[in-house]
Structures are given as C-alpha cells and as structure tokens.
Design a protein around this ligand. Structure first.
Ligand SMILES: *Cc1c(COP(=O)(O)O)cnc(C)c1O
Length: 378
C-alpha cells in the first residue's frame, strides 16, 4: 500500500448529502408516530417550499419526474399537442411529455445561460403549440423572463422545470416563481434532499386542486377515500421523506453557504487556467449551483480528461448528454447529430466536478491538481 501522503488514495465522491442530527430527529419522530403517510410533515414541507419559491400553493410528490408529469396532466396537454422545450436537460423534462403522447419540439440553447433560446422558441411556434417547458440548467437561470414574454404573447402555458434551481433567483425573483406550474426535485444530489421527492408549485388554486387530486389517485378535493373523480396516480410523498425535507429546508442557508464555499474554492484553484471556463452567474442572477460544471477548451479532449481523472480517484461526469441523441428519442423522432449544434457543442465540452456543501478545500485542491495532470498543461 502506498502511503497516504505520497498518493491520497481515498476516492472523492461526486456528491454528498448533508444529514445532521435534526434530520435524524425529525425522521425518527415520524417512525415513532403512527402516521407514515398523508400526515403533517408533508404539509409543513409544502409550506416551506411555497415560501422559498414565493408561490401560493405547493404539492409534495414522489419525485421531480412525477411533479412534471402531474403538471402536464393538470394543464390538459394531450396527444398531438406540441410543447417547446430544450434538448440540453435531464431526460425527465421530455419524458413527462412522452407519457401523454405530447410532441416535444426541441429548440437550441443559448451558449451562456444554457437554457432554450427565447427567439428560437418563438420561431418554432405552430398551430399545435400549447405550452413551453424551459429548464434551468445546473442552478443557473435560463432567460426565463424573455421566455415568459414569448409564452404570454403566444397564449402558451408554461411548465417551469426548476428541478435544479432551488435557491437561485433572477432580478430578485426565485426560480420556480415563473411558470403556470413549476417543479422542484429533491434527489440526494440536489440542493436539498428528501431521498426521492419533488414539489409542484403554482399560484392558481384550480391547478393546485387538480395536481393534488391527480397525485392522490384522482380523489376529489375533500379526499373521500373511495371516490375517484378522474384518472389519477399514487405520486404521494411519504412522511419520512417529508420530515427529511422539513429539516433540510430549515438548514437551507447553511447548505447554500457550504456550496458557495466550495464554488469559490474551485474559483481560486482553477481561475488561472486558460483552457477552462468556470461556471458564472449572469447579470441580475444569484446562483445556488446544483452541480459544478466547467467547460474545457475545444483543443482538450473531454473524454480523455474524464478517464485520466478517474485513474487519479477523481470522478467527473459529462453533463448533459443531449436528449435528441439519446437512442430512444433519436429512433422515435429521427433526430440526428447536427440538429441542435449549440447544445451538442456545449455537451461535448462540459465536465461536472465533485461538488456538494460538504466537499473540503483539500478535495478541491486534489481535483485541481488532477485536472492539470490530466491535461498535461499548467
Ligand atoms: C433532477 C431533475 C428532474 C427530476 O428528477 P427526479 O429524479 O425524478 O426527482 C427533472 N428535471 C431536471 C432538469 C432534473 O435535473
């Protein structure tokens, strides 16, 4: 075995949730009660997320994907309708449309915000377009105000995928406060976690009632147990997860400060390297990064860098791999390389580095050293 001083052998995790005694206490409180589902922790969690997003209503559900699907159903989108969305995303933002045989109309992204380009969205309008589904990528806002303007001008509804956006804002408005409906997600690598889980927010009491009913097997608002007024799902969030979420929301400022600390450690460690572009907030934006994604110069082979980092115990991920080139979507809709050149160019050069509120400065230093070694340049 090599000595730890000569070669730090412990692998750095890609992400780490932060679980304190408070989370353990609240989850234990649930486990010692008789209420493991449909209890008061879900209600408390919903109130906390509604407050953070400055929305009137919040509905906790079993995942971010479930929340997006509920949003599509609540707006009554159906077979043959078109929804304009982005190919530079996690697959859930398109799958939620496919579940209902709604056609995703991809438009290319902007190189800076990494969100869909509002001008291209407007140009992609057809007589079948019913809605737009923008995604905030990595915690940075897409150009949501311009996108909302296009949607309003065209009479489209808007489903805002804020699954990576909790804690970020633009011109003082939190992400998740823009769409007719917006969804947050709480998988363990997100800004806060419930294990699995998500929340749909809205200001419209009618949409709130619909999402609640759809989440709960299509029961009526009064919840009468064996009365089902529409086709619904079991997309409820259990009380253990909701209690975890309540504790995480209480600690949100602390967790956000931790991520800001790690992000600035990366800025100090990598800021002088000319073949790396660091993630940056745009004007008027406050960004609570969900993942820390750098862009490599075109002359640097991203895949070779990933492999060499891995050999040095440093994990990294290509983030994202464009949706239109996923085998399933490409074969279903006939997409080809070159269809969305900006998304493809960005996707070929991005690299997510290990990141969370808990990574240490020493780990950031190891990542930076490994990156310089991997590229063989200083
Ligand atoms: C995480 C995420 C989701 C939802 O993911 P779940 O794992 O279902 O909670 C949706 N869209 C984007 C962009 C995401 O990053």
């Amino acid at each position: 075995m090599s000595s730890p001083a000569a070669r730090p052998s412990q692998a750095i995790p890609m992400a780490r949730p932060s679980i304190s005694q408070r989370e353990i206490d609240l989850v234990t409180q649930v486990l010692r009660s008789d209420v493991l589902a449909l209890g008061s922790f879900a209600t408390r969690f919903e109130a906390a997320v509604a407050g953070a997003a400055q929305r009137a209503h919040a509905v906790a559900c079993s995942s971010g994907t479930a929340g997006l699907h509920l949003s599509v159903r609540a707006l009554g989108l159906r077979e043959g309708d078109e929804v304009i969305t982005t190919p530079f995303s996690f697959v859930a933002s398109t799958n939620c449309l496919l579940y209902e045989r709604v056609v995703p109309r991809f438009v290319d992204i902007e190189e800076d915000s990494l969100g869909l380009d509002p001008a291209l969205a407007d140009a992609a309008a057809s007589s079948r377009t019913r809605a737009i589904l923008p995604v905030h990528v990595f915690g940075r806002p897409c150009r949501i105000q311009a996108i909302a303007g296009v949607a309003a001008g065209r009479g489209w509804r808007m489903v805002e995928d804020a699954c990576e956006g909790l804690g970020s804002s633009v011109n003082g408005r939190p992400l998740g406060s823009f769409g007719d409906l917006a969804t947050f997600a709480f998988y363990p690598n997100k800004q806060i976690t419930t294990g699995e889980g998500g929340v749909v927010v809205t200001d419209d009491p009618e949409l709130d009632g619909l999402v609640r009913s759809l989440r709960n097997q299509g029961r009526d608002a009064d919840g009468t147990w064996l009365r089902h007024v529409r086709l619904g799902y079991n997309y409820r969030l259990d009380e253990m997860s909701a209690a975890l979420g309540v504790a995480q929301m209480e600690r949100r400022a602390e967790l956000q400060a931790g991520r800001a600390r790690v992000a600035s450690a990366y800025e100090r460690a990598l800021g002088d390297i000319e073949w790396i572009r660091l993630p940056q907030a745009g004007e008027g934006e406050v960004v609570d990064w969900f993942v820390y994604v750098i862009r490599l110069d075109r002359a640097v082979s991203r895949d070779r860098v990933m492999q060499r980092l891995a050999e040095r115990g440093v994990p990294s991920r290509p983030y994202f791999s464009p949706l239109h080139l996923q085998p399933f979507l490409a074969s279903e809709f006939g997409f080809r390389p070159g269809d969305f050149p900006v998304a493809e160019r960005v996707a070929a050069s991005t690299l997510a580095l290990p990141f969370s509120s808990r990574h240490t400065e020493a780990e950031v230093g190891r990542v930076a050293d490994a990156l310089r070694e991997a590229v063989g340049r200083r």
